[in-house]
Design a binder for this molecule. Structure first.
Ligand code: 9UX
Length: 70
């Protein structure tokens, strides 16, 4: 397992945090996701053999938020 922190911009409430957490955890290869409204970020524990950082960011974007490359 690896861990990465990606940017998650555009969240405005705890519901957004739950939504982003859900879409990240739904991805095959994601073990855990800790999303921070205050830091506009998500720290994700994942298996790089199964899911890429780009795929993590794409999932966040598809959920309606912005995840610019760090
Ligand atoms: Mo918060 Mo986010 O009210 O998609 S749930 S704005």
């Amino acid at each position: 397992m690896s861990e990465v922190t990606i940017k998650v911009e555009g969240m405005s409430c705890g519901g957004c945090v739950n939504n982003v957490t859900g879409v990240l955890k739904a991805l095959a290869g994601v073990d855990d996701a800790q999303v921070s409204l205050e830091n506009a970020s998500a720290t994700v524990r994942y298996d790089p053999a199964r899911v890429s950082i780009e795929a993590l960011r794409a999932a966040v974007e598809n959920a309606g938020f912005d995840s610019p490359a760090s």
